[in-house]
Design a protein around this ligand. Structure first.
Ligand code: DOR
Ligand code: ZN
Length: 420
């Protein structure tokens, strides 16, 4: 067998030790050693499949000061994420096949790992055209206004859901309810976009969507919302690890939609761990000067693609969660929901891996790779990968990047067309 790479002495989720043989970006054989172009000894490391972060805002274009595809995906890879799914609330939003194709081109020129791009869901969006052009999923669909996203009226939402369903698409939904005065503190913000309102918004979306439709609820922040949801459920590291009580009342860095909740609600979200299908970062970077604005004017959103799996690995080391649940929620469930080949330890799996050392470290924003240069997780325990493999190639080793592997993952609608 002609192998490009062999990962030696990998401890598999079953506990068995084996060598993983890789050629052309795919796992070919798991078992006895063979010769290869490159060999990596995984003794002493925990080897995880590369994560699929199915909710990131890579910015770029006119927002490249916040982030661009190169820095955003470098940040992803340094955190063990090997495929990112970009949200369409760019400036301008992705609402036509031409804009989608341009976005895919921009990504292909800058990305250092796998990527997919979602289609924007607005009244006048060409949904069928974007499906044919390779959109991965539809949305995030804004059932409430958020940064760079206008909330859609119920009747418009209903019609858009029917159209997405008719296309066989997956609708990803940002469900919130907004009320009251402009917030001046994190606690106000939590009240204005309350947990109870989020759960009601989930129920309202379910009442509007066709019963058999494929729905994915983004970044649910309370146990009640998770319990109210049908379809698949996503939660973010910031709602699991941060509460607004951990910050000064007007600290804009912790301003995000949906808002950080109080400690009790944060703990409640952990009680639903088994019901959460996917952990995704909602990586939504803003610059330091933007976040230095007064609270009511500062944009919502926090960076997190690089710290997502490292925070979960530290939680695993504390005995809080199992390793298999981390693999399921960061790699296997998102791949299955999106219909892309999963990364893993069986022949035929995608050869994306990250090797995590034993040591737990603390998050230091100055050593992260996103352009914005700050993190609300400063000082939190984390386990960062030392080696990351993308498509069978060594993409990252202890802060050094290898050759870029910018594979595009088109959606099922594109793949099922004739002649593709
Ligand atoms: O806080 C948020 N920021 N929530 C969103 O839904 C959008 C995001 C952004 O793009 O900045
Ligand atoms: Zn959102």
């Amino acid at each position: 067998m002609n192998a490009d790479l062999v990962l030696r002495n990998v401890t598999l989720p079953t506990g068995r030790r084996a060598d993983i043989v890789v050629a052309d970006g795919i796992v070919r054989h798991v078992g006895a050693p063979v010769r290869a172009g490159e060999t990596i000894d995984c003794t002493g490391y925990t080897c995880l499949p590369g994560a699929v972060d199915m909710h990131v805002h890579m910015r770029g274009g006119v927002q490249a000061e916040k982030e661009d595809w190169r820095t955003g995906t470098m940040s992803a890879v340094a955190g063990g994420v090997t495929v990112v799914v970009d949200q369409p609330n760019t400036v301008p939003p992705i609402t036509t096949p031409e804009l989608l194709r341009a976005r895919i081109r921009e990504a292909g020129e800058g990305a250092v790992c796998g990527f997919a791009v979602n289609a924007g869901v607005t009244v006048d969006a060409d949904l069928a055209g974007m499906r044919d052009a390779g959109a991965m999923a539809f949305g995030e669909t804004f059932a409430a206004p958020s940064s760079y996203g206008e909330g859609l009226d119920p009747e418009v939402l209903r019609e858009l859901f029917y159209r997405i369903h008719a296309l066989g698409g997956l609708a990803t939904v940002h469900a919130e309810e907004v009320s009251g005065p402009v917030p001046a503190t994190l606690a106000d913000h939590d009240r204005a976009r309350s947990g109870a309102g989020e759960a009601r918004a989930v129920q309202a979306v379910l009442a509007l969507a066709p019963a058999e439709m494929r729905l994915h609820f983004c970044h649910l922040s309370t146990a009640a919302s998770v319990r109210a949801a049908r379809g698949t459920v996503e939660a973010t590291p910031h709602h699991l690890f941060l509460s607004h009580e951990m910050f000064d009342p007007d600290d804009t860095r912790a301003r995000v939609n949906p808002p950080l909740r109080d400690e009790e609600t944060r703990r409640g979200l952990w009680s639903c761990w088994d019901r959460i299908d996917v952990i995704a970062s909602d990586h939504a970077p803003h610059t330091v000067p933007e976040k230095a604005l007064p609270f009511d004017a500062a944009p919502s959103g926090i960076p997190g693609v690089e710290t997502m799996v490292p925070l979960l690995m530290a939680a695993h080391r504390r005995g809080q969660i199992t390793l298999s649940s981390v693999i399921e929620k960061t790699a296997w469930r998102p791949a299955a929901i999106l219909g892309i080949l999963r990364a893993g330890f069986e022949p035929g799996d995608r050869a994306d891996f990250a090797l995590y050392p034993d040591e737990v470290t603390r998050i230091d924003p100055s050593s992260l790779h996103a352009k914005c240069g700050w993190s609300p997780f400063e000082g939190f325990d984390a386990v960062f990968p030392e080696v990351v493999i993308v498509h069978g190639e060594r993409a990252y080793t202890c802060g050094e990047y290898g050759e870029a592997c910018p594979a595009w993952y088109p959606g099922q609608g594109f793949l099922s067309q004739d002649n593709k």
